[in-house]
Design a protein around this ligand. Structure first.
Ligand code: SAH
Ligand code: F3S
Length: 481
């Protein structure tokens, strides 16, 4: 689930330990990015205090919540299909209530109540603390909506319950919202302005996870490198901060350092980095601490300067290459992954070739590649015609994917014949005599179980590989245990 959009977890329902005092059943299903999965844990935590136990059986639910994604049209279509399914169940269970959370709730607001007749409640990503009141409203037979975006909500004071956890890795959110206004992206509209969470509440949460036996955390935000704490408030208001606030401000490099020092035995990852906001201080902090994993998710979206400009990505491709080169100088074994969009308005074959050239230059370890999907309300939708035919988008996309696949194999092969520390996450999906875990670079490795257990750090000798998986054998316990 470290990825941006992990196809294998889309639509997962989440459950936790039953509290005997609670009498109603909540079914909560999540789509989209890691932040949504993390938010669902906050929602479940709030509702556990309101008399709800989680269930994985839709047919037993008294309240069904779906945490939605708006990033591409397909994400919204999937949710609408799920709502049809909920409708069929509701016919036999008329008291069952249905609520839509997250980005689709924010984007469509009360329109969702009109368009989707079965929806009783619409709650945007900054309004989850209002859920107790909203649930009371629907209990009394009224529809309920809260889509107010906040200047300061970070849910820093809510200790999220961990849903469907392996007890090894957890997400910790550090920023909410995004100020970047990439012209294709709906996130700034659905998740609001950027704000950072109090570092002390982050450290407390990380320490609590450490005490509970977790071994790896991923710091989450739409743009983690932009993290800036100066006592609260929006990032854009930093220019109004007092001298004292400026002198004591905490940026992302400081935060990473604090987290790495607080839990030296824990692995630390972060996602997502925006090239224009990533500082070399962050890279130096990564280099300084063994427990900060050597992998950066660094979306680029296109290789063409013309397209980058039209996307309002605030860097050129040359600046991006400089950043990659500098990172490699400081951390030679750093792995990179990317997000790429093909078929943005006006994209020519030349632009497309420039994108392929970026893949060739960086040779990413892996990537997430998408055909451009026009999102209502974004600048691109308002100002640019979605003029690349679907078959061209699909052909370009398959060329990008094919090249990326070659690079995946190339990068995975680099780890062969080395001994690397793997954190065991669980049993391999394909073979239950093998453990599955990852190395620092986030490459999956499998190896025979022997007497090791979930959560152990194990030194594994890498003997073989497929394009995305290393196959090895345990040598001994790793030093991070
Ligand atoms: N900064 C965020 C980005 C979230 S969206 C984060 O990574 O946390 C994830 C990816 O979806 C983007 O990087 C982009 O590649 C893709 N994406 C966003 N809007 C899109 C659109 N309109 N069409 C196609 N892909 C899109
Ligand atoms: Fe979206 Fe760009 Fe922010 S992709 S989430 S507007 S960095």
């Amino acid at each position: 689930m470290e990825k941006i959009i992990d196809e294998s977890v889309q639509g997962n329902s989440l459950s936790l330990k039953k509290d005997e005092k609670n009498t109603r059943n909540l079914y909560i299903e999540s789509y989209g990015c890691s932040m949504n999965f993390s938010d669902s844990e906050i929602v479940a935590s709030i509702l556990a205090n309101e008399g709800f136990n989680t269930t994985q059986e839709l047919e037993n639910a008294d309240l069904v919540l779906v945490n939605t994604c708006s990033i591409r049209e397909k994400a919204e279509t999937t949710v609408r299909k799920r709502l049809e399914k909920f409708n069929a169940i509701k016919k036999n269970r008329p008291h069952m209530k249905v609520g839509v959370l997250g980005c689709m709730a924010e984007r469509l607001k009360s329109k969702l109540l009109e368009e989707e007749k079965i929806v009783d409640m619409v709650v945007g990503p900054d309004a989850y603390k209002d859920l107790p009141n909203l649930i009371q409203e629907i209990d009394e037979g009224r529809d309920a909506v809260n889509v107010v975006l906040s200047k300061d909500e970070t849910y820093g004071d809510i200790s999220p319950v961990r849903l469907n956890t392996n007890g090894v890795s957890a997400f910790v959110s550090i920023t909410r919202g995004c100020d970047n206004m990439c012209t294709f992206c709906v996130v700034p509209f659905t998740r609001g302005r950027e704000r950072s969470r109090d570092p002390q509440s982050i450290i407390d949460e990380v320490n609590d996870l450490g005490a509970k036996g977790y071994k790896e955390i991923t710091l989450l935000g739409q743009n983690v490198d932009s993290y800036l704490w100066y006592g609260g408030g929006l990032k854009k208001d930093f220019d109004k901060a007092s001298e004292m606030q400026i002198a004591t401000a905490v940026d992302f490099a400081n935060l990473l350092d604090m987290v790495a020092v607080a839990q030296p035995k824990m692995r630390i990852r972060f996602s997502t980095s925006n090239p224009q906001d990533m500082s070399l201080d962050v890279i130096r902090t990564m280099a300084k601490h063994d427990n900060i994993c050597k992998h950066i998710h660094l979306p680029v979206q296109s290789g063409s300067n013309d397209i980058l400009k039209k996307m309002n990505r605030l860097h050129t491709i040359e600046e991006y290459f400089d950043l990659i080169d500098n990172i490699k100088k400081i951390i030679p074994d750093c792995a990179f992954s990317h997000d790429m969009i093909t078929g943005f308005p006006t994209e020519t074959e030349e632009d497309h070739k420039a994108t392929l050239a970026v893949l060739d230059y960086v040779k990413y370890d892996y990537g997430y590649m998408f055909a451009y999907s026009e999102r209502p309300g974004t600048l691109a939708a308002r100002k640019m015609e979605d003029d690349i035919p679907n078959d061209v988008k699909q052909r370009r996309l398959s060329e990008i994917i094919a090249l990326q696949r070659e690079h995946c194999l190339l990068r995975t092969k680099n780890h062969l014949n080395k001994v690397q520390e793997i954190l065991i996450e669980g049993t391999s999906k394909k073979d239950d005599t093998m453990w599955m875990g990852r190395n620092s670079q986030n490459v999956v490795a499998v190896f025979p179980k022997e007497n090791y257990k979930v959560g152990d750090f194990v030194n594994v000798k890498m003997n073989d590989c497929t394009s995305a998986t290393l196959i090895g054998e345990a040598v001994d316990f790793g030093k991070s245990n």
